[in-house]
Each structure stands twice: as C-alpha cells, then as structure tokens.
Design a protein around this ligand. Structure first.
Ligand SMILES: Nc1ncnc2c1ncn2[C@@H]1O[C@H](COP(=O)(O)OP(=O)(O)OP(=O)(O)O)[C@@H](O)[C@H]1O
Length: 343
C-alpha cells in the first residue's frame, strides 16, 4: 500500500534554440494519491501527462516541487537510492515495450533478474503472475505471436513481478480495440482490488476514467485545472476542457444546432432533466407528468454509470395544452435539476 504525493511539481525544458522560450511541460501540479486509489490524469495531447508520470518514477528530474512515493522524495534521491524506489513502482505502456526476441516467461522474469531474485523464486513468481493475467499457457510463446490485449497482459504481469506498491499506466489501452480495452481495464481493477496496488493512469480517453478510476485530475497546458472524485468532477464540470471530455462519453443535452432540428421534429416543450446518483426518482417524474395530463417522449440523452454512481441527462418532449405543460414544468422544477430548452 503506497501513497503518492505530488506537491507543487514543475518541469521546465530548456529552450531548444536561440529565440525560442523554455517549455513548461508541468506547472505547479499537486496531486495526493491515497494508497490503494486508482487515480486518472486526463488531458489532451501536450497537456504534460507523460512528463508528470516520468517525474514520478524519477526517469526525469522535476525542476520544482517534491514527489513522495511512500516516504521517499524521488526528487531528492541519489541515482542508487532511486533505483531501489523504482523497484517498488511498476509501469505499463501504450506500445507494451516487450522484448520481442524473448519468450513471454523471460519478459516477465526480466525485472526479477535485475532485482537479483534467486532462480527458483523467479520461476515461481513468473508462473504465479502469468496465471493471474490468464496467460499460464503462453509462457513459452514469443511475444510477437500474441494479440495486443495479450501483450498488455504480459506487460502487466511483468510490471507486477517485483510486487510493487504503485503501478503507473501510460495510455495502457490506447492501442487496443474497445472490447480488449475493457478486458485490460477489468484486469487493472483486479490488480488494484486483490493486491491493493495504487494505480496512476494517464489517458486522453474519458471512457477509461469513467470505468475504473476513483479520482481524477484534468490537465491542460501543464496545469491541473480540475481534480476530485470522478463522479463529482464529471457530473458538474467547471472548465471547458472537462466539459469536452464529458461530452465524449456521457449523456449530454443537445447542442444548439441539434436542438433546432430536434424541435422541428418534436414541436412540444423540450426540457432537460439532470440525474445525479439517484437524486431524482424517475417513476415520480413520470407520475407527475401523468397526473397533470401531460404526454411525454424521451428525445435525447440517457443515464449511465460514472465512478460507480448513476449520472445522466434526459431531454423530454412534453406534450399537452400550454397551461398543463407550464404546471408540469413548475412541478418538475421542484423535484429535479431542470432546464427548459424550447417551448
Ligand atoms: N524532452 C522534452 N524536451 C522538450 N520539450 C518536451 C520534452 N518532452 C515533452 N516536451 C513538451 O512538454 C509538453 C508536454 O508533453 P507531454 O508529452 O508530457 O504531454 P502529454 O499530455 O503526455 O501528451 P502526449 O499524450 O501527446 O504525449 C509538450 O509541449 C511537449 O512538446
């Protein structure tokens, strides 16, 4: 069980040539990752996610701030002490980074050889890890005979071989198709639950965050612009960047141009209801409309799971005479977060 604390972390790369400015890749980022947490860092390309991850395992030196992995501040350690800390940090990669000329078992064994673990124990551990990731029968295959999903499973087995307290995942599912991605994410969730390993994952995919993370940091231009519980951040986004990510994976209300088209097809009043973690009782909503003699059809949106809690936006067309519809809107406004889009 390992806590990772990034406190005011910065990374500035020197200017590449005369006349160009230094690049501030990470700018005063603080993230407190509790032990046993799955923390996602999401952002667009160039936001500074990969740099931040490389600072955590000391592959790059921060230019400001401190990063505690357990009790060790990786920004202050000598190279030899850093090597010991890296042994407690596993890492998996978008392109898997396996040795293609070695068999699967040898790939998984590699970090144990580096750590000086005796041969017998290495053999036992490799078999244990391959069984855990469901590749017990592939020990003697070469990695280029495996599918992408299987390669990432080998990557996970290798990362876990030395029994780390923290796993860093660098776009671990970005090279995989959606179904295989879900399988790998399910495996990471098991890693977290069964071994209590803290996971920090960086991604540009909202779906990854939605399905496995507990907490999230949204990065933009090197800065952490939003942070918190996945449900809280995505059910009530405060920045445009977060809103854009939300729109890629969660039910939203129709965009202005779509709304016009929608209203041409549905001439009644259009209202959007927001559902957050069971705060609105759907049968009560529909009963309220029925009681007032107002007809309803669902024209946009849905309800989905975010960080284990339900969230959604439903746009409804309310059909009936104007007075009844206005009464229904007033009553619904008492029960739910409601926005009238068109009358
Ligand atoms: N070694 C380096 N030297 C100079 N600038 C760098 C270096 N590495 C990264 N950068 C710059 O730092 C910024 C952040 O890059 P970084 O790769 O961390 O972002 P990212 O969010 O991981 O994006 P991507 O997913 O595209 O890798 C970018 O402007 C990038 O050009």
């Amino acid at each position: 069980m390992t806590r990772v604390q990034m406190i005011g972390v910065g990374k500035r790369y020197p200017a590449r040539g005369s006349g160009s400015a230094p690049v501030v890749a990470v700018d005063d980022v603080s993230i407190d990752v509790a032990s046993g947490e799955i923390h996602a860092v999401i952002g667009y390309s160039g936001a500074g996610k990969s740099t931040l991850l490389r600072l955590v395992n000391g592959l790059e030196q921060a230019t400001s701030g401190s990063i505690l992995v357990g009790d060790d501040d990786v920004t202050k350690l000598s190279e030899s002490k850093l090597r010991a800390v890296r042994g407690r940090i596993g890492m998996i990669f978008q392109q898997f980074n396996l040795f293609h000329s070695k068999k699967v078992a040898k790939n998984v064994e590699y970090p144990l050889v580096v750590a000086g673990v005796p041969a017998e124990e290495r053999k036992r551990r490799v078999a244990e890890m391959l069984d855990f990731v469901g590749l017990g029968d592939k020990a003697d295959s070469y990695t280029d005979q495996l599918s992408g999903g299987q390669k990432q499973r080998v990557g996970i087995a290798r990362a876990l071989a030395t029994n780390p307290g923290v796993l860093l995942a660098d776009e671990a599912t970005s090279a995989l198709d959606p179904e295989t991605s879900q399988e790998v994410l399910g495996l990471l969730k098991r890693v977290n639950e069964e071994f209590g390993i803290t996971i920090i994952l960086i991604t540009h995919e909202m779906e990854v965050v939605r399905s496995i993370a507990n907490r999230v940091t949204v990065m933009e231009k090197g800065r952490a612009v939003e942070q918190g519980d996945v449900f809280d951040v995505f059910s009530d986004p405060q920045t445009d960047t977060t809103r854009k990510f939300v729109a890629t994976a969660l039910p939203t209300q129709p965009e202005a141009e779509h709304l016009e088209e929608l209203h041409r097809r549905h001439r009644g009043s259009l209202v959007t209801l927001t559902f957050r973690d069971g705060d609105v009782d759907q049968p009560v909503v529909f009963q309220t409309l029925a009681d007032r003699g107002v007809g309803v059809s669902i024209v946009h949106g849905g309800v989905t799971d975010v960080g284990g809690r339900s969230f959604g936006k439903l746009t409804l067309e309310l059909i009936g005479d104007d007075v009844r519809v206005e009464h229904a809107i007033a009553a619904l406004g008492q029960q739910a977060d409601l926005e009238v889009l068109a009358r």
